[in-house]
Design a protein around this ligand. Structure first.
Ligand SMILES: [Zn+2]
Length: 609
C-alpha cells in the first residue's frame, strides 16, 4: 500500500514535470536537451552544442571579443545540411538556382560539371558547382570580420541623409544625387529597413555607374522615363529579356521617377522578403532557410556571391559611420555538418562528372525525387514515365528497400535521388553508353567546345580506347587494352574494364563460349560485369572485371564508395568482388586501390591485370 502511494506520487510528479516542461519550452530545452527545436532563436552562444554544431561557438566568441558592440542570435534551422545543399543544387541546363561568373578566380571546381561551360543569364554566368555552394553557404566560412555582414539583421532604420550621402559619394550620379539620397532615407524610415542595405542592393544591381534599368532612357525606344532601381521582376535568359521584363514591371508599377522606383522597390523588398518570409538578412535572401517557406524557394538572386559581396559593402558603409549603430547578426545552424569547414573550390582542377543516359519507365504514377536517399529524404519534385534523365550514381545498396540513384532530369535539371526499382521493376533504362563530361580547366575553352563529350566505352579497332573528355583542350589520352586472364586457382576469369564479350569470342575463336549475367540470363554482346559467368567449353569461370566492385558492369564513383566503405568496415567484399577491388594491390585491399580507381575515373590512369 505504502509502495503504491509512492509510485502514485512519483507518477504525479512526473506528469507535473511534463506539463511544466511543455509550458516552459526554453527551460526544458536548456536543461534537458542538447539540441534546440527547429525555429528557435537564441542569444545563448555558449549554449551551442559543439558536437551537434561544430565550430560555431568559437568563431562567434572570437568575433565578439574583437567587437564587443556586436550581438549575435543563433537560429536553429532544424535543417539537414546535405538536404539544404541538394535542394539548392537545381535547375541544371535550364535555369540554375546558383550562378557563378566565369573568370580566372571562379573556374575549375567552382563550375558545375553537369552544365559545364553552358552560359546563363546575360552570357558570362555558369552554373555553380556543389563544392561552390557548400563553400559559400557554410556559415562558418563567413563568421569573420570581412564576411559577417551578410548575416546582419536588416530590420530597423538607422541612417540619416549624411550617412547615405557619405557612402554614395564614390558612385556615379545615378545614385549620388539628392533625389535618390532623400528617397533612400525616406524608404528606410517608411519601411523600417536598413538604409545601407538599400544602397548595397542598388549597387549590386546596377554597379557604380548605373545601367539601362536605372538611367530612365528606356530600351530600344521603349519604356523611356521608367526606373527600376531594385531590378524588381527583371529575370530571364538573355539581356533583352531581362531588361524588357524589368522595364515592363516599372511601367506597370508607375515608377516614372527615381524616388517612386526606390520607394516602390524597397516596399517590395520589405513586404515580399522580410515581412512575408522572414528573409531579414542578405544570407536568407540568397539562401532561403528562414523556415517560412520551402527551403531554397524565393531567392533574390542567382548570383552565388550576392550575399557575400553585398555584405562587404554593408561593412564598408558601417566602417565609416560616426553615430552609434545596431549590430545584430543572425547566424543559421544546420544539422549534420562535418566538423571540417567546407573548403574553397580549387580553380585549377577540372570538375568532372560521369553519367549514364536513362529513361523512366514501369512506374504506375509518378516517381518522387528526393534530396537525400531513402524514403525520409525531403521530396523535391516528381518525374513521369518516359522522362529522360542522367544517372550520376548507381546506389550500390538499398535504403528502405529501394536503390536510390543520384539523377538529374533532362527537362528541368532537377537533381536528387530517385528509386530505380519500384514494385520490383527497374525504372532507369540505360541508353548504352557512359559519358564523362568536364567543366572547365585553367584555360577557359571556346564557346563552340560546349558539350563536347567522348564516350568512355567506345572500342576502337578492338584494342585501344581513348578515354576522357576533351573539353578545355587538355585532353589526356590513357590507352586501355582489352585483356583477359584465368586466375591461378582456375576460379576466375579476370579482365580489364573495357573488355567486352566480342573480345572474349575472338580470343577463344575455336571454342564454345557462353556468357551469363548475374541473373543467369545468357548475353551475347557488350559489357561484362563482375559476378557474371563465362563458360569456355565445359569449364565455368566467374568474371572479375577490375574496378567493377559492385557488379553492375560499369565503373563509376559507386565502386569507389564501395571500396572505401569496405576499408571503413561498413561493408564486406568477398570472392570475385574482392578481386575486382584489387586494382592496385595484389592481395589485400587498401587505400591505394581507392586512389587508383579514382584516378582511373578521372582518366589519369588505366587499369591492367
Ligand atoms: Zn549545373
Amino acid at each position: 500500500m505504502r509502495n503504491k502511494k509512492i509510485v502514485s506520487l512519483i507518477l504525479i510528479f512526473m506528469i507535473f514535470s511534463y506539463i511544466l516542461m511543455a509550458l516552459m519550452p526554453c527551460f526544458e530545452l536548456k536543461v534537458y536537451a542538447a539540441d534546440q527545436a527547429a525555429g528557435t532563436l537564441s542569444r545563448d552562444i555558449n549554449g551551442i552544442d559543439d558536437k551537434l554544431y561544430p565550430g560555431y561557438k568559437k568563431l562567434i566568441n572570437d568575433l565578439k571579443q574583437k567587437h564587443p558592440e556586436y550581438t549575435f542570435l543563433v537560429y536553429y534551422t532544424g535543417m539537414d545540411w546535405e538536404t539544404v545543399i541538394n535542394v539548392e543544387y537545381q535547375g541544371h541546363g535550364k535555369s540554375p538556382k546558383n550562378l557563378v561568373q566565369l573568370n580566372d578566380n571562379y573556374n575549375g571546381l567552382w563550375i558545375c560539371p553537369i552544365c559545364g561551360i553552358q552560359k546563363f543569364d546575360n552570357g558570362s554566368w555558369c552554373c555553380a558547382s556543389k563544392d561552390a555552394l557548400e563553400y559559400m553557404m557554410d556559415p562558418r566560412n563567413s563568421i569573420n570580420e570581412s564576411d559577417v555582414f551578410q548575416f546582419k539583421n536588416l530590420e530597423g532604420s538607422d541612417v540619416t541623409y549624411e550617412d547615405i550621402a557619405r557612402v554614395v559619394a564614390k558612385y556615379g550620379s545615378y545614385i549620388n544625387n539628392d533625389e535618390v539620397i532623400n528617397a533612400i532615407v525616406e524608404a528606410s524610415n517608411t519601411y523600417n529597413i536598413n538604409g545601407y542595405f538599400l544602397v548595397s542592393k542598388i549597387i549590386n544591381e546596377h554597379g557604380k555607374d548605373g545601367s539601362t534599368l536605372s538611367n530612365g532612357q528606356g530600351y530600344k525606344g521603349n519604356y523611356v522615363g521608367y526606373y527600376n532601381y531594385f531590378n524588381i521582376g527583371s529575370f530571364g535568359n538573355g539581356e533583352a529579356t531581362i531588361i524588357n521584363n524589368g522595364l515592363s514591371r516599372a511601367k506597370k508599377e508607375g515608377w516614372n521617377t527615381r524616388r517612386l522606383s526606390i520607394l516602390g522597390g524597397a516596399k517590395v523588398v520589405r513586404e515580399s522578403y522580410i515581412t512575408e518570409y522572414s528573409q531579414n538578412t542578405l544570407y536568407y535572401q540568397k539562401y532561403n532557410v528562414s523556415g517560412r517557406s520551402t527551403i531554397g524557394s524565393h531567392q533574390y538572386q542567382q548570383n552565388i556571391m550576392a550575399a557575400q559581396s553585398q555584405g562587404e559593402d554593408l561593412k564598408e558603409y558601417y566602417d565609416g559611420t560616426t553615430s552609434v549603430k545596431e549590430y545584430e547578426f543572425i547566424i543559421p545552424l544546420y544539422k549534420n555538418m562535418s566538423s571540417k569547414v567546407s573548403v574553397r573550390p580549387d580553380v585549377t582542377k577540372e570538375n568532372k562528372v560521369t553519367y549514364q543516359d536513362a529513361v523512366v519507365k514501369n512506374i504506375s504514377k509518378t516517381l518522387t525525387v528526393r534530396a537525400t536517399p531513402g524514403l525520409s529524404g525531403m521530396a523535391i519534385g516528381k518525374i513521369d514515365n518516359g522522362e529522360g534523365l542522367k544517372v550520376l550514381l548507381r546506389m550500390p545498396e538499398p535504403i528502405d528497400g529501394y536503390y536510390w540513384d543520384m539523377i538529374v532530369t533532362n527537362a528541368t535539371g532537377m537533381y536528387g535521388y530517385a528509386a530505380r526499382n519500384v514494385n520490383g521493376e527497374s525504372i532507369g533504362i540505360v541508353g548504352g553508353h557512359t559519358v564523362t563530361q568536364g567543366s572547365v580547366s585553367k584555360n577557359p575553352p571556346k564557346e563552340e567546345n560546349t558539350n563536347t563529350n567522348t564516350n568512355t566505352n567506345t572500342t576502337i579497332n578492338g584494342n585501344t580506347t581513348t578515354n576522357n573528355n576533351t573539353v578545355g583542350g587538355n585532353t589526356v589520352l590513357v590507352p586501355e587494352k582489352e585483356e583477359i586472364k584465368i586466375s591461378e586457382d582456375g576460379k576466375f576469369i579476370e579482365m580489364t574494364p573495357i573488355t567486352e564479350i566480342e573480345f572474349l569470342n575472338k580470343e577463344y575463336e575455336d571454342k564454345k563460349v557462353t556468357v551469363k549475367d548475374s541473373k543467369g540470363t545468357e548475353i551475347t554482346e557488350g559489357k561484362l560485369g563482375t559476378g557474371y559467368k563465362v563458360t569456355i567449353e565445359d569449364k565455368t569461370y566467374t568474371v572479375v572485371k577490375k574496378g567493377d566492385v559492385n557488379g553492375d558492369a560499369n565503373i563509376n564513383i559507386a565502386d569507389v564508395i564501395n571500396v572505401f566503405d569496405f576499408l571503413k568496415g561498413d561493408t564486406d567484399l568477398k570472392g570475385e568482388f574482392e578481386q575486382a577491388a584489387l586494382v592496385k594491390s595484389e592481395k589485400i585491399i587498401n587505400i591505394s586501390d581507392v586512389i587508383k580507381l579514382f584516378d582511373y575515373l578521372k582518366g589519369d590512369t588505366s587499369i591492367g591485370l
